[in-house]
Design a binder for this molecule. Structure first.
Ligand code: NG6
Ligand code: CA
Length: 492
């Protein structure tokens, strides 16, 4: 492949999509023709990992090239949190910007907004948003679809906000607004019931986390989220072409995170209920994006990386039938555990690279982490990184393009409670940590145990047989290595 080629880059980042959720990763229950095609034409990774089993820390890593433990605030954030990325930190969009690219983000953010000097005033310009962190264009929702405020933010401002209907947001346990519908007071307004949590404000007939008042015109329609983000992504690409600039787009899909509300076109698309339907919808979004690249005749100049921020969960807090209608579908494929967990189901995710001129197509078993994208793109762009930039990111460009079948020697991931797992070669080592082995509400095995756990991924991809006692030396070495990685003084 042409080593000096500077491709347009699109990262399509799904939310809570599992290792087994796509046709090309073994699902027979959900049709994903567009992603399957991307896979056929590109490279499918079997051993790619997010850095965390939940959202905020994984997103922090992909954009900063740092492991989440380096930032003490990298945990699932409420919708009114301050931004956890400081203005001074080098970011992936900053890197592309330096290289002359136009940079854009569309979709889910979940890294906090505002500089934290005071509570966010959603009615004013927000003083720290993605446009301060290297993105030229930004069209996002602040946190998750199940957290208030349920609004879009473009640049620094809430979209469609009317001065006479200001927004107020609260994450207090007690609702401070007595004139808004809430879950326990107004059950008659609910379109979907919650199974756990999600019982504060009711917005658009759905219980959410946090309380929100006002902003009636600004509130999104859940069934329109997919098309709104897709339109914006396409608009960004079109504008970049008009300006004749190479572009970097971070397209952070909201599917299949809860609440799962597909557009009418995808309602009933699968037999699995809303969770399957929104995965079919997600696949369609990728297909539409590809069509646009074809229409503009730039598919040949564009690298698409598709992945997910963490593993899957069926019941993440709403009664949407995901668990009951799942049938034989295995959202995490052969992996054990899921979202939140220290087992591979938490962090080993679909990862597809589509790019003309790959050295190899088909399947790659190279070990790569999403944290590596930063240094890999620096390589592609021929940009030097400062010593304090993207400190955990390794240049895996040769692995991404199929040339190197091996990838990293080792990588570290975190579960929801920040317990650590080290993958090295065919070993996964789960460091001992406290906590229940099973999260009852989401019905997921956490992998937490006070015993060290060691699994041979070559023979035991489902992590069923703990061989820690047979390989005490390996356990000792890997525990020491985890400590060593964390001892480095680059924490911010
Ligand atoms: C949990 C939520 C879950 C989801 C998750 C974040 C409850 C009971 N559960 O606290 O629904 O929102 O946070 O998901 O509120 S993530 O993919 O953004 O990390
Ligand atoms: Ca997620």
């Amino acid at each position: 492949m042409d080593k000096s080629k500077r491709y347009n880059v699109i990262i399509v980042y799904a939310d809570d999509l599992g290792f087994g959720d796509l046709g090309c990763y073994g699902s027979h229950q959900i049709d994903t023709p567009n992603l399957d095609r991307l896979c056929r034409e590109g490279l499918k990774f079997t051993d790619a990992y997010a850095t965390s089993a939940v959202c905020t820390p994984s997103r922090y890593s992909i954009l900063t090239g740092r492991y989440p433990f380096r930032n003490s605030r990298a945990h699932i954030l409420p919708g009114d949190a301050g931004c956890i990325i400081e203005r001074e930190l080098d970011t992936m969009p900053g890197l592309f910007g330096r290289a002359g690219y136009r940079t854009g983000i569309v979709g889910k953010w979940h890294l906090g907004l505002g500089d934290g000097s005071g509570p966010i005033d959603w009615n004013q310009e927000i003083n720290l948003t993605p446009v301060d962190l290297g993105f030229d264009e930004s069209f996002i929702f602040p946190a998750t679809a199940d957290r208030v405020p349920c609004v879009y933010v473009e640049g620094r401002k809430v979209v469609n906000l009317e001065a006479e209907d200001p927004i107020a947001v609260s994450y207090e346990a007690e609702c401070p607004f007595d004139d808004i519908p809430t879950y326990h007071k107004n059950p008659e307004l609910l379109k979907m019931r919650s199974s756990h949590g999600h019982d504060m404000s009711i917005v658009e007939g759905i219980g959410r986390i946090g309380y929100m008042r006002g902003g009636k015109k600004a509130v999104w329609k859940d069934e329109e989220l997919a098309e709104t983000f897709l339109d914006r992504a396409i608009r960004f690409i079109d504008d970049s072409r008009k300006q004749n600039q190479p572009f970097f787009l971070y397209y952070a899909l909201h599917q299949p995170h809860v609440p799962r509300v597909p557009s009418s076109r995808f309602r009933g698309a699968t037999a699995l209920g809303p969770r399957g339907d929104v995965i079919a919808e997600l696949d369609w979004c990728v297909g539409e994006l590809r069509k646009e690249l074809e229409r503009l005749d730039i598919l040949e100049d564009t690298m698409i990386i598709f992945s997910s921020d963490n593993g899957p969960v069926l019941d993440d807090g709403y009664e949407d039938g995901a668990y009951e209608r799942n049938g034989t579908h295995r959202a995490a494929g052969p992996l054990r555990g899921g979202k939140y967990s220290k087992f591979d189901g938490g962090t080993r995710i679909p990862f597809i690279v589509s790019c003309p001129g790959l050295t190899h197509k088909g399947t790659s078993r190279a070990l790569v982490s999403q944290v590596d994208l930063f240094a890999s793109f620096a390589h592609m762009l021929g940009e030097q990184l400062a010593p304090d930039s993207a400190v955990d990111s390794q240049d895996m460009y040769a692995a991404l393009t199929g040339e190197d079948p091996v990838g990293r020697k080792e990588l570290m991931v975190e579960d929801v409670s920040c317990g650590k797992m080290l993958r090295r070669g065919n070993w996964t080592y789960l460091s001992p940590s406290e906590g229940a082995p099973f999260m009852g509400n989401v019905r997921i095995e956490t992998g937490l145990s006070m015993d060290p756990q060691l699994y041979n991924m070559d023979y035991d991809i489902g992590q069923q047989t703990n061989v820690a006692w047979d390989y005490e030396e390996v356990v000792k070495e890997m525990e020491e290595r985890l400590k060593e990685i964390q001892r480095s003084d680059r924490t911010r």
